[in-house]
Structures are given as C-alpha cells and as structure tokens.
Design a binder for this molecule. Structure first.
Ligand code: PLP
Length: 377
C-alpha cells in the first residue's frame, strides 16, 4: 500500500497515541469538577495549553479548542459576522478557501452579508493590490488560507497582516490547516488562526482556533463550562495533551521534514515533466508537500481509480468536495475547466519513502502507456 494523501489525513504518531491512551485511562476526572481529580485534569489542560500557546507565539487565553478545522472556520465566519454585524456587513475571502470557509460564508450571504473574493495571480498568490482596492469601511473580516488544500500554494500572510494593521475594524483570519508543521509563517499580525492536529500526526476530533485578545466572537455552540466562553462543552483532556505533543514534534522537526519532502517533490515533478500532456498545476509558491497535476481529457477520478487498483491512494481534490465537480481551486488558478476536471492531488510526508515514489512513478508510466494504447492521449 502506498499512501499519498497526507493532506487529507495523517497517521497518528505512536508517541502521541500512547500519550492519548495513557491520559484517557488515568485521568477521567471532569476538568470542570471541583474535586481533586477534576483539578488534576484541569492542571494538565492548563500546562498543555501554555505550551501550545508558547509554540504558536500567542497567549494561553487566546486558544479555543474545537472539534476540528471545520468548526474553527465556522466559528470565525459566523462568530465574527454575528458579533460585528452592526459595524459592517462586508467580508473578503481568497478564491482558494476550503468549503468550511465558503459554506458558512454562503449562509452569511443569505442573511444579508456581502462577500467578495480576492483573485489570485498566475503564481497563485492573492493580489494584494486588488485586496487594497476591495477593502471598505464596512469590511469586518478578511480570510486568506496560509496554504491552500489542493495546490499547496503558500499565501503572503505576513504581508497581508501588515497591510491590514491599518484597518483596525477589519479582522484578519487565516486557515492554517495545511500550513502548521509544514512551513514556518509569522502569524503575529493575524487575528484568528485555524489549526487541525490530524494534519500533523495528532489525533482526529480536535481543532484549535487562535483568537487574539482584541477580537470578540459570538459563539456557535452554547452550553456548560469549557476552557473559554467561546466554545462550550467539557474539554477533552487527552485530546489537548496529545495535540500539545503532536505540535511540539511537528515544529521541532519542521526543517528536516521540509528538506526531505522537497527531494521527493523534485523527483516527482522532474519525472512528470517529461510528459508534455501532463500539466503540473503547482507554481513556484507551492509547498513541496502537495503535488497537483492534470492530464487534459482524462478525468481525475479515473486516474485515482487506476492508482487505487494498484494500492496507491491519492485525492482528486480536497476530500470534502463532491467527487465529480471540477476543482474550484485549480480553476481559480488556471481558469481552465478541463485542467480543473482532471486535477489529481498527491500529498507527501516525511514518512513517504523514496522507494514508494519510484513505485508510484512506475505505475504512472504504465498508466500513460495504457492511455496511449487506448488512444486516449
Ligand atoms: N481547511 C483546510 C485548508 C483543509 O485542508 C481542511 C481539510 O482538509 C479543513 C479546513 C477541514 O478540516 P477538518 O477535517 O479538521 O474539519
């Protein structure tokens, strides 16, 4: 089996899972209970939250635990819109956002908000000049992903953050789901950051939303006490301590993982580039963890199915989109519907071996031979 879908989900790290298991077995006191066991659990949450905050260069009280990136993104879009609707009803998104941003934004649009999309240039970068012209007095939120989910385009978060500092009524959110543990970004001028541990070898079922102190939010989940007033529900201790461990490991190993994956990326790109009918959708701004290519006239799903028969697992686009529709992101970049219909995402990890890549490329060669024999290319 060759797994090349790490942008969709990563296998949990053994140390992280062991810690999760031990913590769950040993600490079953509710962190909100007023007895010794509850206080012990609460202390462990505080300790992990402090370390997570230190690693992210934010304050512990700026960390909100959620169920995943989808909830964090919903909390940003709905929470900011509902909280600040008396100040303005205009929000700006990049055209590379994940469905968990665009779907709640559509709901907000239905309730009277205006949404504008910042176009991207040929290199897949949001056009800062256009953003400057789009900002209005009533713009309450700008949301631009740090790295997109399909092409791995790294956006100029630092630059956008610096520019938006002059607009104190406009909050800046970045969905960093595909960035954390892969690339170093300075988030100091970002007001809200979405993070999902299952993308960096943590466990599933937990997300983080960093919300800087100056920002307020209307919660989307109400109920009992939690670690913050912005998201109710008993905090899950094991989720939090294992996230702390996963983040520590991801950040400590970031450089070596990046350099290793870059070699695999170059090997794949070099190999695919020998075929003039394969279009590499990545640009020089893509991070090496994600390779996106199209073979015009061949449906992405057919390529993915061919690979699956050989026990190789890739995605046709972000796993949360309907299978048969063209990729919105590849279309936003290329403005070419046939490229968007045939785009395949291969995503890599430090766990991917060179041998796996050689086998994958052999299968690609075989597939191309068959497509040629059948007159499809
Ligand atoms: N945002 C981005 C950029 C993603 O890539 C994903 C998942 O692929 C999500 C949000 C949703 O993440 P989750 O499954 O944790 O809700």
């Amino acid at each position: 089996m060759i797994y090349l879908d790490y942008a969709a989900n990563t296998p949990v790290d053994k140390e992280v899972l062991d810690l999760y298991y031990e913590t769950t077995l040993k600490n079953y006191g509710n962190p909100n209970s007023n007895h010794k066991l509850g206080k012990m659990a609460n202390d462990l949450i505080k300790k992990s939250t402090e370390n997570i905050a230190k690693n992210l260069n934010v304050l512990p009280e700026e960390i909100i635990y959620t169920s995943g990136a989808t909830e964090s993104n919903n909390l940003v879009i709905q929470g900011i819109c509902e909280r600040y609707k008396n100040y303005g009803k205009h929000i700006i998104l990049s055209s590379l956002e994940h469905n968990s941003i665009t779907a709640p934004a559509t709901i907000m649009h239905e309730s009277g908000f205006e949404i504008d999309l910042i176009p991207i240039n040929k290199e897949g970068i949001v056009d800062l000049e256009k953003l400057k012209n789009m900002i209005r007095d009533d713009t309450i939120l700008v949301s631009v992903c740090a790295v997109d989910s399909e092409i791995g385009l790294k956006e100029p978060i630092e630059e956008i953050g610096k520019f938006l500092k002059d607009y104190p009524n406009t909050y800046f959110h970045t969905d960093a789901t595909q960035a954390i543990g892969k690339v170093n970004i300075d988030y100091s001028n970002v007001d809200l950051i979405t993070i999902a541990p299952h993308k960096f070898y943590g466990i599933g079922g937990i997300g983080i939303l960093v919300k800087k102190k100056k920002v307020s939010l209307k919660p989307i989940i109400y109920g009992g006490k939690s670690t913050t007033i912005f998201r109710s529900g008993t905090p899950v201790l094991a989720n939090i301590v294992s996230t702390d461990k996963a983040l520590d490991k991801a950040l400590n190993n970031l450089k070596s993982r990046y350099e290793y994956v870059l070699k695999l990326y170059n090997k794949i790109i070099e190999h695919l580039s020998q075929y003039n009918f394969i279009h590499i959708n990545n640009t020089k701004n893509s991070i090496p963890f994600t390779i996106n290519f199209s073979i015009k006239g061949i449906k992405a799903l057919d390529i993915a199915k061919y690979l699956e028969k050989k026990d190789i697992y890739v995605s046709t686009k972000t796993s949360c989109c309907p299978l048969e529709t063209p990729s919105k992101l590849v279309y936003a970049l290329t403005k070419d519907k046939s490229l968007a219909t045939s785009s395949v995402r291969v995503s890599l990890s430090h766990l991917t071996t060179d041998e796996e890549i050689s086998l994958f490329l052999n299968v690609i060669d075989e597939m191309i031979k068959e497509l040629k024999q059948n007159g499809k290319i």
